[in-house]
Design a protein around this ligand. Structure first.
Ligand code: MN
Length: 132
């Protein structure tokens, strides 16, 4: 089973990093560089999981999460919020907006993959991947 993961992120460096990890594990990665495109991509691709940056150039990730949650078909799609905001209360805000998990940047790829694998259905045992 090949999982599709949507990554909503405006920073191409983060995209490349995350894409490399996901594709090493044979996940299909779909990318959107802003919130509104992200919602559209979610509706088109129906991903198994969404990685969501909070600081986006149009609407913020909290608003993206709220809109995804109000779409019947995307209501239960797991969302991992990823943000540079390390302020107290951001995690609560992300969870209140409908995200399942909150992670802060800089992205730790081992932690990220552990989160991803825990949220994907029927995930095969982890293959050893050298991230270096
Ligand atoms: Mn950003």
């Amino acid at each position: 089973m090949r999982h599709t993961i949507l990554y909503i992120e405006d920073n191409p460096d983060n995209l490349l990093l995350v894409q490399r990890v996901l594709e090493a594990h044979h996940c299909k990665t779909v990318w959107a560089a802003n919130g509104l495109t992200g919602i559209e991509m979610a509706q088109i691709h129906r991903p198994n999981l969404i990685l969501l940056d909070i600081n986006l150039p149009d609407i913020d990730g909290y608003e993206v999460a709220r809109r995804l949650r109000s779409d019947g078909q995307l209501r239960y799609t797991p969302i991992i919020a990823i943000t540079a905001n390390a302020l107290k209360g951001d995690a609560d805000k992300a969870l209140a907006a409908g995200c399942d998990v909150y992670m802060s940047k800089p992205i730790n790829i081992r932690e990220l993959w552990a989160r991803v694998v825990g949220m994907l259905p029927d995930q095969a045992p982890l293959a050893e991947v050298n991230f270096e």
